[in-house]
Structures are given as C-alpha cells and as structure tokens.
Design a protein around this ligand. Sequence first.
Ligand SMILES: *[C@@H]1O[C@H](CO)[C@@H](O)[C@H](O)[C@H]1NC(C)=O
Length: 193
Amino acid sequence: MCSQTQMTFNFPNVCTLFLLVLFYFIKFSDGKVFSDQHPLSISRTRVEKMTHLHFFFQDIVSGKRPTAIQIATPNRAYGTGFGDMMMADDPLTAEVDRKSEIIGQAQGIYGLASQNEVALLMVINYLFTKGKYNGSSIAIVGRNPPMQDIREMPIVGGTGLFRFARGYALAHTVWSNSQGDATVEYHVYVYHF
Ligand SMILES: *[C@@H]1O[C@H](CO)[C@@H](O)[C@H](O)[C@H]1NC(C)=O
C-alpha cells in the first residue's frame, strides 16, 4: 500500500496522512516537548499568497520639516557622496501627490555606499498604517542607484500579515528637485502567509 511511487506522485494520499498522524503521536506522546511543528504540506488553511502593493515614497530633506535627516558625514569628500548617511521617517502615500492619503511610513537608514557612482544602501522598514495591513511591515535591504529609471530591491522579511515575507520592490523616481526632495513610486511583490 505504502509504495514509494504512491507517496511521491499521489500526495497527499491516505497513506501519507496516516504516517503524519502516527508521527504526531510518537513525537508528542511523552508530554515533554517545548516546541511543535505543523505539517504545512497538507495544510488547507495556510496558503501562501502573493500581494502586490503600490504606493509613493515621499522623501523630504529640505525645509522646516524634513522627513529624512543627515545622521553622518564622511571625514573626506567623494564626488559621489560616498559615506553620507540619512535617517528617514518618510510618509508613504496612496497617490503621487504628497498631500494624498498616508498609508504608511518608511522608517530606516539609507546611505551612499558606492565610491564610483551615486548608489544607496537601503535598510528600511515599511510600516503600513491603513486598512487591512495596518500594523504590518516589510523590511527592505537593498541597493538603490537613484539615477537609474527602475531599481530593484529585495524584501527580506516582514511582520503581522507579512510574516515570512519575501519578494522584491521596484522603485521609480517620479519627481525630484535640486535640494534632494523626491517622490518615488513603488511596486512591491511580496510572498507571505
Ligand atoms: C491602526 O492601528 C492602530 C493600533 O492598533 C490604531 O490605533 C489605529 O486607529 C489604526 N488605524 C487605522 C486607520 O485603522
């Protein structure tokens, strides 16, 4: 009944379920465990999802109320700004307009990490504050050369509804001025449970 062929190609079958139940009782019958494990492969309730998020990152460095401030300056000057570091608490808006609905905050550090071109290291948590994802966040750690039209950065994790998150973000600058203020459009594709 429990032949290899059946288990490999006809999963989950009655035989596999039986073995999982048996394994469960063997593992937990001594009552001394401090952890437990759930057989995700036969779960019908925890289905991995792919979510697409679309929002605008509003980075304001000028004026009386900047949302990103310089926190470190290099002790020597490079043409590319290498070594400059900023801390941001930038609003994420639903529309391109800075005054449109704020749906989250991008909180973290970005700094110029290349000696030869303008390229940022981004270490930023994107916390959502509206609707279904209120309180959930995704973490981005990636390379962002802002002069390029579209930059790709990895999603390395998340919290709340974005637990176990992984995926990628595509960033495109839609507007910027000489002082360094910018509006950046994000398309995020995230796998999570
Ligand atoms: C988001 O969650 C916080 C904390 O639970 C709550 O205070 C706030 O009212 C919520 N905001 C929205 C728009 O649901």
